[in-house]
Ligand binder design. Structure first.
Ligand SMILES: [Zn+2]
Length: 216
């Protein structure tokens, strides 16, 4: 029972569930992937680019169905290096697709990037985008999450955390795609040039949280 005389202790009762985390694969709860878990049928259309100082935010529109709930895609941004880790492994880059539903729940799909083959989807996306905010208009860039991850044959990690930038909003649902997409080294350098800063938040404590791993 909560003690209203000692409310300063409540913060110790309710752990501070923040992101990003290092996902320890042997600590995850394994579940079977259900085909209705994540549905990204709709191509996201981008309408604006915002320079956030240490990041570029690509605002867009689109719909995702996540565990049967409708979410509106809001924006995509990038982190260098990746923020989440899997068993301590740090990828060179991580994409965050931020979604929100009608009652304000935020869900982020995180996608790791590693060096490898040229990525056509990302190539097309950046080709259609100017490098700086002042050059915006009119945008025709599109990006399909299904196109990016459809052929990965990947599982996904799911846990409850926060935004990784202030205001560090809590109760954010994270869906961290297990397998990384690839970009060529030239492509990675080109993308990095658009961002002047290293912009990864440090790893946060997992505390009592459980990470679910949906196997494909
Ligand atoms: Zn982010």
């Amino acid at each position: 029972m909560l003690n209203y005389e000692q409310q300063e202790r409540w913060s110790k009762i309710v752990p501070n569930w923040q992101s990003p985390i290092n996902i320890i694969t042997t600590d995850t709860i394994k579940e079977k992937w259900n085909k209705d878990l994540l549905i990204f049928d709709e191509e996201y259309k981008f309408i604006n680019i915002l320079n956030k100082g240490n990041n570029l935010q690509y605002d867009g529109r689109g719909v995702a169905i996540i565990e049967g709930r409708k979410f509106d895609f809001q924006q995509l941004h990038f982190h260098f290096p990746a923020e989440h880790q899997i068993d301590g492994q740090v990828y060179p880059m991580e994409l965050h697709f931020v979604h929100q539903n009608i009652i304000g729940q935020i869900t982020v799909v995180a996608l790791f990037v590693e060096l490898g083959d040229f990525n056509r989807e990302l190539g097309d996306f950046f080709r259609d985008f100017p490098a700086v905010e002042s050059e915006k208009d009119p945008f025709s860039a599109k990006l399909s999450l299904d196109g990016l991850i459809g052929n990965l044959d990947s599982g996904v990690y799911h846990y409850l955390g926060s935004l990784t930038t202030p205001p560090l909003v809590k109760n954010v649902e994270w869906w961290v795609i297990q397998k990384a997409i690839t970009v060529s080294s030239e492509q990675l350098e080109g993308i990095k040039k658009r961002f002047q800063h290293k912009n990864a938040r440090e790893i946060q404590k997992v505390n009592e949280r459980k990470v679910i791993y949906y196997e494909n």
